[in-house]
Ligand binder design. Structure first.
Ligand code: GRF
Length: 223
């Protein structure tokens, strides 16, 4: 029996691309059955572009400053993505607010990773805000993208205990380590057809979730 082709995925980045690297590595290790068809950055100097090139992945730069408005940029971006006919669009540190038409076009097949336990701390500076709020637990979330900023249905989370001596930097470093396991895990489940967005809800293995999946519970279920 021949296995179906791995799902083609397009990854959008703006920065260093450590989450992109984690996905490249997980695919190379055979942990995720997907193929990164292209990496697209809106910033010409994004470090993640070099990571993609090293892995032999086609790269494109669409510099948003060269477009008259958001709609024009998003139309060009969608055209660049759709050339690859991806089953999934993965936002990995892509620092752009997307237009409703763009979001609608990729409904149910575009995901984002956010460094907090959503719905807590949407937006920027999440680690600093978590420390200031005195929370005992922090972490990262992967969610389907909808028109609310960091507000789409949450698929899976990774939890990190907050230590009394944490600074925004130490906390960020621990959360990032967890992101690098969390994101490939979710991409793998989506590529295997085990996760879906249906009626605004996340379905896992044929059942709607009443709470986001937890990375650690997932990992131990597989042991
Ligand atoms: C991550 O912390 C992610 O949660 C946020 O942007 C950061 C991207 O980092 N959305 P990198 O470019 O993957 O290293």
């Amino acid at each position: 029996m021949t296995l179906p082709e791995p799902m083609p995925v397009v990854v959008l980045i703006s920065g260093t691309g450590t989450n992109l690297q984690a996905l490249i590595d997980a695919i190379a290790a055979g942990e995720v059955r997907a193929r990164i068809a292209a990496v697209i950055s809106n910033r010409p100097g994004a470090g993640g572009l070099e990571r993609a090139r090293r892995a032999g992945i086609p790269t494109h730069v669409l510099d948003h400053t060269g477009y008259p408005d958001r709609a024009a940029f998003d139309a060009a971006l969608a055209a660049a993505i759709d050339r690859y006919q991806p089953g999934l669009v993965v936002l990995a540190g892509f620092m752009r607010i997307l237009t409703p038409g763009f979001v609608e076009h990729y409904a149910g097949r575009m995901i984002n990773i956010h460094p907090s336990l959503l719905p807590d701390f949407r937006g920027l500076n999440t680690h600093e805000r978590a420390l200031r709020a005195g929370v005992k637990e922090h972490g990262a979330s992967v969610h389907f993208v909808n028109n609310e900023l960091d507000g789409g249905p949450v698929i899976m989370q990774a939890r990190v205990p907050v230590r009394s001596d944490d600074t925004p930097q130490t906390l960020a470093a621990r959360v990032q380590q967890r992101e690098h396991r969390l994101y490939p895990r979710v991409v793998g489940l989506l590529a295997d057809g085990l996760l879906k967005l249906q009626g605004g809800e996340v379905w896992f293995d044929g059942t709607p979730l009443d709470a986001p999946l937890d990375l650690d519970a997932q990992a131990s279920a597989e042991d």
